[in-house]
Design a protein. Structure first.
Lengths: 391, 181
């Protein structure tokens, strides 16, 4: 027999369009999912109003991780901001370094050596793989498949080893700085990276078998969290979430940067725009990143400078101006809006993280009429990282 | 079809709307200063006629020395591969702006943040009075330039032992030569 939801208990709307929820009526219950909850992404919370086990209203709450980066940067010189920016996003910090560095270079009129462009692209793709691996573990974990997270954490650890030998750090790399990158590739890096990539592919084969071909995973995610393609621009949806809806939004193709014009790839696109498709688009995008790293290693120059000469960074003043620099991170469009006033400090830095729109307006819309048990899967499928919201 | 340059777009727009200064930052990124009253019709025109369908960000810059806030509305035309920033200057005293949440629902979040961090009012914006990041904040909005972070920190948080600053030279001397020789 077909499932017929009982709508008789549902709240009516007030004249201003808000829901008329009377908590004393006993029909509704307030539930907090997060900030300490296994089914939440990072340090945020969703305040759910439920009727039975269906959500009638959800409000995202952030602020648990606010450190005021944008304000901190206004009191620091341009080079002092460089070690701060990566802290804005833990699983994929390199986009902060890249966008900040390019914005500073553009306003200061600095040319970057070609080899640095290649190494920057390599770093960004390595970061993307890390972020996707973490996502796959989280997406499976939200539906009770703990083992996927263990497998992806293992291969992510191998990639962190590659980061460590390249940059000296595992999480916050502080490698892409204004003017270029800090160093070239170490000896034998190509060989070890290729081995890591093979290991990632092998693990992803297993992930495909156990997660994507799993009847329970399919049953629970197909059709869940549908995003109408017509809503993409209205809600500022970018990245894999938009590509899963059939729109090939990818900054790497739309506004090519670094060495992407020299690499051979096509944006991975899905069709059904549900949680399953979003997970599948990310898995395929991850495999594309593996391929892109192979292309980069094969094509990049082995010799040449990686850093251009900077003016004395202690007395570095940048003329008045403003710019916006963007890149395609694993979650969508990542950008930095930088305003300078001719002094030695930025006048304003604004970080545009994809989670800002995905975790707030979009999630609050999608969560309505969702079953409580599906909230975690839906939220993870938007791949949000709260620090981007409360920079 | 040939892609028109940002200056050509500016000239076209200028025939319809009174526009301020144009800054061409890159071939695919420009900023235009517009009057507050022109913003909404211009946003609608850009969204519906010129292909700038994506609101990338909405943020503010505090030009305290001029006594004004700059609101930046950055729009992206993905298919045309170009971005356009609209700058609206507001007086700092009693700063208020019309909401654009009905054009892009995501703008409501940006406006909530601007109300909290810069103290710019967006009267019609939904849930704009709710706390966004800060809880129960009553003082100067913290992202304004006249908010002193050090002063706030000294007033709000008690000093903890073990955080004394020392003169490095004198401290090392004391460590290495405790008897003063």
């Amino acid at each position: 027999m077909a499932y017929r939801p009982d709508r008789s208990q549902y709240p009516s709307r007030k004249a201003d369009g808000s829901l008329d929820i009377d908590l004393t009526s006993g029909k509704y219950l307030k539930l907090w999912q997060g900030p300490q909850h296994p089914g939440i992404t990072g340090n945020m919370a969703v305040e759910l109003t439920v009727c039975g086990d269906e959500v009638v209203e959800g409000k995202t709450h952030v602020g648990y991780l606010h450190r005021g980066f944008e304000k901190l940067m206004e009191r620091r010189t341009f080079i002092q901001c460089f070690p701060i920016v990566c802290r804005i996003c833990v699983p994929e910090p390199d986009f902060n370094e890249y966008c900040y560095a390019v914005a500073v270079e553009e306003l200061a009129g600095i040319e970057v050596p070609e080899r640095a462009h290649w190494i920057r692209t390599l770093i960004l793709e390595m970061g993307r793989i890390n972020s996707y691996l973490m996502y796959l573990g989280g997406q499976a974990g939200a539906l009770g498949q703990g083992v996927i997270g263990q497998w992806t954490t293992y291969v992510r650890d191998l990639m962190l080893d590659r980061f460590e030998e390249l940059t000296g750090a595992r999480i916050y790399h502080m490698f892409i700085m204004p003017g270029g990158v800090r160093d070239g590739l170490p000896d034998g890096f190509h060989k070890r990276m290729k081995k890591t990539l093979r290991e990632i592919e092998k693990t992803l084969d297993d992930v495909e078998d156990v997660m994507f071909n799993n009847a329970v995973f399919k049953k629970r995610t197909v059709g869940l969290g549908y995003i109408d393609p017509a809503l993409l621009d209205t809600y500022g949806v970018t990245g894999p979430t938009a590509r899963a809806a059939g729109v090939a939004k990818d900054v790497r193709k739309d506004q090519p940067y670094l060495v992407y014009p020299e690499l051979d790839f096509e944006p991975v696109v899905g069709r059904d725009s549900d949680v399953y498709t979003r997970a599948d688009v990310r898995r395929r995008d991850l495999l594309m990143s593996v391929d892109l790293i192979r292309q980069i290693l094969a094509k990049m120059p082995d010799e040449g400078p990686v850093m251009t000469e900077l003016p004395n960074v202690l007395h570095w003043k940048i003329p008045r101006g403003e710019t916006y620099v963007r890149g395609e991170c694993s979650r969508g469009e990542y950008g930095y809006y930088l305003v300078t006033d001719g002094s030695g400090y930025p006048r304003r830095v604004n970080v545009r993280g994809p989670s800002y729109t995905h975790a707030m307006a979009l999630l609050e819309r999608l969560i309505v009429n969702c079953n409580i048990s599906d909230v975690a899967a839906l939220m993870v499928s938007l791949h949000t990282y709260p620090p981007e919201i409360e920079r | 079809m040939r892609q028109i340059s940002m200056r050509e777009l500016y000239e076209i727009l200028k025939q319809i709307f009174p526009l301020g200064e144009l800054t061409e930052q890159r071939s695919n990124l420009a900023f235009i200063t517009v009057d507050r009253a022109q913003l909404r019709p211009l946003l609608l025109h850009l969204r519906d006629r010129e292909g700038f369908t994506h609101l990338v960000l909405l943020t503010a810059v505090d030009w305290i020395e001029d006594g004004s806030f700059q609101l930046t509305y950055l729009l992206c035309d993905r298919l045309g591969q170009r971005d356009l920033g609209l700058r609206v200057m507001l007086p700092r005293d009693g700063a208020a702006m019309e909401s654009i949440h009905d054009l892009w629902p995501t703008a409501a979040t940006y406006q909530r943040e601007l109300r909290e961090m810069f103290g710019i009012a967006f009267p019609e914006s939904p849930r704009v009075e709710e706390d966004f990041i800060l809880e129960g904040w009553t003082g100067t909005p913290p992202y304004r330039r006249d908010f002193d972070t050090l002063k706030y920190s000294n007033e709000t948080f008690a000093p903890r032992p073990g955080r004394e600053t020392r003169d490095p030279e004198g401290y090392m001397k004391e460590q290495l030569y405790p008897d003063g020789n």
